[in-house]
Design a protein around this ligand. Structure first.
Ligand code: ADP
Ligand code: ZN
Length: 213
C-alpha cells in the first residue's frame, strides 16, 4: 500500500507505520529518521538540518524535497511505502503531488491520526528512542528490558534532543501552524481518512476497513 500518515508529533505515526510494514512488505519512510541519521553521520545534509531540528523547527522544504525525490525512486518503494512525517507543509504536499504524477503513481489514502493534546504531551515527555535503530520506547508503558539499552539492537536508548519541554511545545505550535493545514489539502483531494484513536491497533483496523481488506 501507498499511504501518507499525518498527525501531530507523538500521535503514533511511526508505530502505526512499523505495524503496517509487517502486513504487506511496504517500507516505512520517515524523514525524521533520515535526518537524524544524517546528523549522527555528520554529513552535509546533517549539518544543514541540525539546528532547526534541535529547536523543534522544520527543516527547509528544498532540503526535504531533495531527500524525498531520491528516496521514492529506490527499488524497495515498488512494494509500497508509508510516508511518516512527510509532507509536513503545503508546499511539500504540492511538490509531492507533482512528483507522483510524473512517476505515474497514486496514493491509496492519507491517514490523519488525531490524538488529544494532553495525551500527546504525556507521550512525548516519556518517549525514549534508540539512537542506532530508531526503536521507540516509553519509560512508563514500554521501557526497554535493560534500562537505557535497546531490546532489538543493544544501542543506547535516550531522550531525543528535541524532546525537552521547550522544544516539544515549539514542535506542537509548528505542527498547528504548518502541518495541520496539510490534512485540509488532502481532504480537498478526496483522499483523507481521519482516525480518532489513541491505540495503534484501532488505527490499523480503520485503515484496513478503508482499503477493503
Ligand atoms: P515527530 O516525532 O515530531 O513526528 P520526526 O522524527 O518526524 O518527529 O521529525 C523530527 C524533526 O525532523 C522535525 O521536528 C523537523 O525538524 C525535522 N523534519 C522531519 N520531517 C520533516 C519534514 N517533512 N519537513 C521539515 N522538517 C522535517
Ligand atoms: Zn535499537
Amino acid at each position: 500500500m501507498k499511504l501518507i500518515l499525518l498527525g501531530a508529533p507523538g500521535a503514533g505515526k511511526g508505530t502505526v507505520a512499523k505495524l503496517l510494514t509487517k502486513m504487506d512488505g511496504s517500507v516505512q519512510i520517515s524523514t525524521g529518521d533520515i535526518l537524524r541519521g544524517a546528523v549522527a553521520a555528520g554529513s552535509e545534509l546533517g549539518k544543514k538540518a541540525e539546528s532547526a531540528m534541535k529547536a523543534g523547527d522544520l527543516v527547509s522544504d528544498d532540503l526535504i524535497m531533495g531527500i524525498m525525490s531520491e528516496r521514492l525512486k529506490e527499488d524497495d518503494c515498488k512494494s509500497g511505502y508509508l510516508l511518516d512525517g512527510f509532507p509536513r507543509t503545503i508546499p511539500q504536499a504540492e511538490a509531492l503531488k507533482v512528483m507522483l504524477t510524473e512517476m505515474g503513481e497514486k496514493l491509496d489514502a492519507v491517514v490523519d491520526i488525531a490524538v488529544p493534546r494532553d495525551v500527546i504531551l504525556d507521550r512525548l515527555t516519556t518517549r525514549r528512542t534508540c539512537t542506532d535503530c530508531g526503536e521507540i520506547y516509553n519509560v512508563k508503558s514500554n521501557p526497554p528490558k535493560v534500562e537505557g539499552k535497546c531490546d532489538k539492537c543493544g544501542g543506547p536508548v535516550v531522550q531525543r534532543d528535541d524532546e525537552t519541554t521547550e522544544a516539544i511545545s515549539n514542535r506542537l505550535d509548528v505542527y498547528n501552524e504548518k502541518t495541520a493545514p496539510v490534512a485540509g489539502f488532502y481532504e480537498k483531494e478526496g483522499m483523507l481518512l481521519t482516525v480518532e484513536a489513541t491505540s495503534s491497533d484501532a488505527v490499523i483496523e480503520a485503515i484496513k476497513a478503508k482499503l477493503g481488506n
